[in-house]
Design a protein around this ligand. Structure first.
Ligand code: HEM
Length: 450
């Protein structure tokens, strides 16, 4: 019997079957929404109904790179964030601060000075004649070079050549943020089991390839470095020592070490760019910082990392930049005692800019880190841009050294003024794990001959 005849026999028409399935689908969706709102194990947690009822709205915001804004509105209204001192998992990376002291302040201090000197020379050259320089781009070059050199003893030469061609050539992605973008798309697809595989097929192959290429290129760098006998005290030197002690399998070593470029370069350059923007838009802050740096160092040769790290106002400026513009703004997932399968994250952007944690939460005020009485009640412990617990950032000290030394040189050597079109630079920036920062053109006038 033909299918149409069968339907006819049961007095069903093709139209009624379609209607039947539509009604069933709508019913199922309605039941799921009601379940999510009233009966889900997390239903007791407060939140805006459109985010509680379904994962779809947040996934759409995430794909647009704007999830931080509805999340911040929700946090501001419902005060639902928490702060936990010890996350789960096992530390695979050497996180002992002594290792950074040994590397940054001892054996490799010249390497860092060399990179920063190179960056300053390029900034000087490209800003000559009052031309604006996109610091966002140059900081990305610089951090990429520094992280490759310190990570795997490979100098990519992006600053030297003034182009990201080396980055593109080696990692086959124009910038690290493209990897983050691809990761965001995949993450959103995986939330919608059992449709996850189907949805993942909608991701353009070129985007998927970017992620695969980057992972493969990073792995290649790790393997090359592991096979090389060198006397460099780079990140891999310490990591391999630690991995040996913990008897980690090669696969774990490779997987962990390959994230260094990814984790370290974009994050640090985002923080530096944000710091320059905020310094340049706050003349009082700028004057104070300039005075501190220029008083501390009589010449370029005097600008030594160990002394830069002792500058209190520079420290406050960097802390404030990391508060207001935390590079990994949406945070990373953690497990805690909530129903199995629940993804838990602390959103840095929301907690760092919440009025329940900070007075004038969206204003750039380094003084809140300097013990000023007006800001005595600020909940400064909430600011954890490097995360907390055993899986927090092993590159924290390294990143702070790079950022502070770069800023110290920059402020010592140049007078900075923001270029045209930067008025609303910070407004509406998107996030795909990392920030998509637009160009930040800056006019740089040499203060003195050096
Ligand atoms: C301002 C700069 C940086 C920020 C804000 C930052 C932030 C973070 C955060 C929040 C995490 C934790 C992710 C989680 O909770 O699971 C992390 C992990 C990590 N970071 Fe950073 N990071 C920065 C710079 C660096 C640098 C320079 C390096 C490399 C030397 C680095 C290497 C890593 C690695 C390898 C991990 C994974 C650690 C693990 O899985 O145990 N980061 N980073």
């Amino acid at each position: 019997m033909e299918y149409a005849q069968l339907l006819y026999h049961h007095e069903l028409t093709p139209q009624s079957v379609v209607v039947y399935f539509l009604v069933q689908t709508v019913l199922l969706i309605t039941i799921k929404l009601i379940y999510n709102i009233y009966f889900h194990p997390l239903a007791s947690y407060p939140g805006p109904i459109f985010l509680v009822a379904s994962d779809i709205p947040l996934a759409v915001y995430s794909l647009l790179g704007t999830s931080q804004y509805p999340l911040k509105a929700a946090h501001d209204k419902f005060n639902i964030y928490g702060y936990k001192k010890n996350g789960g998992g096992r530390a695979n990376f050497p996180k002992d601060p002594r290792f950074y002291n040994e590397m940054m302040l001892g054996k490799e201090t010249i390497t860092l000075a060399k990179h920063i000197g190179r960056l300053m020379a390029q900034l000087e050259k490209h800003s000559a004649g009052g031309r604006p320089v996109d610091v966002r781009e140059w900081f990305t070059f610089s951090m990429f070079d520094i992280n490759s050199d310190f990570g795997f003893s490979e100098d990519m030469g992006c600053v030297k050549n003034g182009t990201k061609a080396a980055m593109h050539h080696t990692f086959k992605t124009p910038v690290v943020i493209d990897y983050f973008y691809a990761a965001t798309l995949l993450h959103q697809c995986h939330k919608f089991w059992p449709l996850n595989r189907l949805l993942a097929l909608c991701i353009p192959p070129s985007t998927r390839r970017m992620q695969v290429n980057h992972t493969e290129a990073s792995l290649e760098r790790v393997r090359k470095r592991t096979a090389t006998d060198t006397d460099r005290y780079d990140f891999m030197h310490y990591f391999l020592k630690q991995a040996n002690k913990e008897q980690l399998p090669t696969k774990t070593i490779e997987a962990q070490a390959s994230v260094v470029i990814l984790a370290g370069s974009e994050t640090s350059s985002v923080a530096e760019t944000a710091a320059v923007y905020h310094i340049s838009t706050h003349p009082d802050v700028y004057k104070k910082l300039q005075k501190e740096i220029q008083t501390a160092f009589a010449s370029i040769q005097d600008i030594k990392l160990q002394d830069v790290l002792k500058l209190p106002y520079l420290d406050a400026v960097v802390q404030e930049a990391l508060r207001i513009h935390a590079p990994l703004a949406n945070g990373f997932t953690r497990w805690k005692h909530v129903p199995r399968g629940t993804v838990v994250t602390i959103n840095h952007y929301c907690s760092n800019t919440s009025a329940s944690n900070f007075r004038d939460p969206t204003s750039f005020i380094p003084e809140r880190w300097m013990g000023e009485a007006t800001y005595a009640d600020d909940n400064r412990e909430v600011v954890q841009p490097f995360s907390v617990g055993p899986r927090n950032c092993p590159g924290q000290q390294f990143a702070l050294c790079n950022i502070k030394l770069t800023l110290a040189h920059l402020i010592w050597r140049f007078d900075l003024t923001l270029g045209e079109g930067t008025e609303n630079w910070e407004v509406g920036q998107r996030i795909y794990n990392g920030w998509i920062q637009p160009a930040l053109p800056v006019l740089m006038e040499k203060r003195v001959e050096w």
